[in-house]
Design a binder for this molecule. Structure first.
Ligand SMILES: [Zn+2]
Length: 232
């Protein structure tokens, strides 16, 4: 079942949704699939401004537009999908952020696109389902990298030993950058289950299963899509 952000739902003239394994692209966004820019996500920090439907954008992990009728979306399978929306519904953006992107500054790169007299204070952000702190075990050196970079308490970055809370890190960055509202949907792609099995496609879970059974099917084409479009 697609999940939605209350914060973005309150903005008139914008449709959005976070997909899952059952409905990869949320139903409200499906009519716009052909308008989505063509991009390759590379865990980088490049944000592209989009002006035309189906525009080729090369390698990009973030998109921004003020043009109605263009679907901006990202594919994820443990990384964070972050949807952005101007409070008046006139501009939207989307970011794909895993630990690499967060550490390299993709959230800051997106905020830098919102030049004066616009700025994060006119925008809201919603952080979708991702690998949760319940399951996202990482190396000690990666935890250290985040702790050294961020001026936020260690128990927020790493609520359990060797477990990162990607969503909490992103939320703190967004709040520090001055975004007017930040919604966190708090669903774990690794352990979250639905009636029919696992609710989300998870890269981490796939790797574990593949280690046990090398014939386990690839997740290619099964990433969930999260995005939004200006309809107004
Ligand atoms: Zn979990």
């Amino acid at each position: 079942m697609t999940v939605y952000s209350r914060l973005i739902q309150n903005v008139a003239g914008v449709r959005h949704g976070f997909g899952d394994a059952a409905t990869l692209l949320p139903v409200p966004l499906q009519p716009w699939l052909d308008t989505a820019p063509v991009k390759k996500q590379v865990h980088g920090i490049d944000i592209r401004r989009v002006y035309r439907p189906a525009e080729p954008c090369g390698e990009a992990d973030g998109l921004i537009t003020s043009t109605p009728g263009i679907l901006l979306h990202v594919l994820t399978a443990d990384c964070l999908p972050i949807l952005f929306c101007r409070r008046d519904g006139k501009s939207i953006g989307v970011v794909h952020a895993g630990w690499r992107g967060l550490l390299a500054g993709i959230v800051e790169a997106f905020a830098a696109q919102l030049a004066y007299p616009d700025g994060p204070a006119n925008w809201v952000a919603a952080i979708g389902p991702s690998a949760g702190p319940c399951c996202y075990e990482v190396s000690e050196s990666l935890v250290e990298d985040f702790l050294q970079q961020l001026a936020i308490p260690a128990n927020i970055v790493r609520p359990r030993p060797l477990h990162l809370d990607l969503a909490a890190i992103a939320r703190h960055k967004l709040q520090a950058l001055g975004f007017q509202g930040v919604d966190v949907l708090r669903q774990c792609t690794i352990c979250g289950t639905a009636a029919g099995g696992h609710r989300y496609t998870s890269y981490r879970r796939f790797c574990r299963q593949r280690a046990i059974d090398p014939a386990y099917p690839s997740i290619s084409g099964r990433n969930q899509h999260s995005g939004l479009v200006i309809t107004g």
